[in-house]
Design a protein around this ligand. Structure first.
Ligand code: BV8
Ligand code: ZN
Length: 265
């Protein structure tokens, strides 16, 4: 990206009053958390998107809980990287300058909040929380392992794969029924209130940034085009040399742990 473009972007950034940002797995890649595309999108012989479904959980809750036990262990041991930190720092600046800042993330790893971001919408939920399949009680649970039966389980390269009886899987603190990760699975609707907040953000922001996402999962993938259709500027940050879609005004190629601090500081 030419310095000319970078300067143009930074001027626009300093004039904007209502900035919104959408992040995806690419923002956590430099924290050692694999993305969904490519080899890291596989767990054992399963494609992550096949395990992140209500049907997979209904047919094999033990396997799905092993998958999430592993992802919790990776996420809980991960540290926010310079991209997360730059976003948290930029939010503070916006607050000081009375400008609106909203961070929408598809990531369930909790690293934005760990980095200090405040106005964060985790549109696909968080693996730091569980929800009861019976009474719907939502509880933050950072226990590692989350239950005794999952101790040492979840190894992506094999290990003990015998099915864990449902009665030994994580239980609700209120009614002792089976709990599931508090995440939105494929084929499930996003939370109504979260969707309403997302709609307000894309209808009112005057600058939208898209960071580290392949923009294939909906409804999140519809946000940036919606803002662009309103005639508002969109800037994309991605490690790929070329933008997936060239409809946006700005494209910053490279690892976002480098490009984002350079653009936002
Ligand atoms: C696959 C896709 C086609 N399917 C969908 O979109 C589906 C169905 C659908 C609905 N509407 C549609 C319209 C058209 C087609 C399909 C649909 N959507 C849904 O089911 C949604 C629910 C979607 C949410 C699912 N849950 C997730 N996560 C939580 C769980 C969990 O995480 O376990 S989605 C999950 O996958 C997505 C992964 O995408 P990315 O984050 O972008 O990651 P990816 O690996 O793909 O890309 C990484 C990018 O980063 C870049 N990168 C890598 N390293 C770096 C680096 N260092 N720096 C910068 N960039 C980098 C790479 O180049 C790459 O571009 C994220 O959203 C993530 O949250 N629900 C729904 O719409 O309900 C109503 C409904 C229901 C049925 C039918 C109609 C309507
Ligand atoms: Zn319960």
């Amino acid at each position: 990206m030419s310095t000319r473009k970078l300067l143009d972007f930074r001027n626009l950034l300093s004039e904007s009053k209502n900035i919104a940002i959408l992040t995806g797995a690419g923002v956590s890649a430099e924290s050692g958390i694999g993305t969904f595309r490519g080899p890291s999108g596989m767990w054992r012989t399963h494609n992550a998107v096949d395990l992140a479904t209500p049907t997979a959980f209904a047919s094999n809750p033990s396997l799905v809980w092993e998958f999430y036990q592993w992802r919790r262990s990776v996420a809980f041991n991960a540290k926010p990287n310079d991209a997360h930190l730059a976003l948290a720092k930029f939010e503070e600046r916006c607050n000081r300058e009375n400008r609106q800042f909203t961070l929408l993330t598809q990531n369930v790893d909790g690293l934005h909040i760990k980095a200090g971001s405040k106005n964060v919408l985790e549109i696909h939920g968080s693996i730091r929380k569980v929800v009861c399949t019976k009474c719907k009680f939502v509880d933050e649970n950072l226990d590692q392992p989350i239950c005794e039966a999952l101790r040492g389980r979840g190894d992506p390269n094999g290990g003990n794969q015998s099915a864990i009886p449902v009665g030994e899987l994580p239980k609700c603190k209120r009614c002792s029924s089976l709990v599931r990760p508090f995440v939105v699975w494929f084929g499930e609707n996003l939370d109504r209130d979260v969707l309403k907040k997302c709609r307000k953000v894309v209808e009112t922001c005057d600058l939208f940034l898209v960071v580290g996402t392949s923009s294939v999962v909906y409804p999140a993938a519809s946000f940036a085009p919606f803002v662009a259709d309103r005639g508002k500027p969109v800037a994309e940050f991605n490690i790929e040399d070329e933008p997936a879609s060239s409809t946006f005004q700005f494209y910053f190629a490279g690892p976002c742990g480098t490009t984002l601090p350079a653009a936002l500081s």
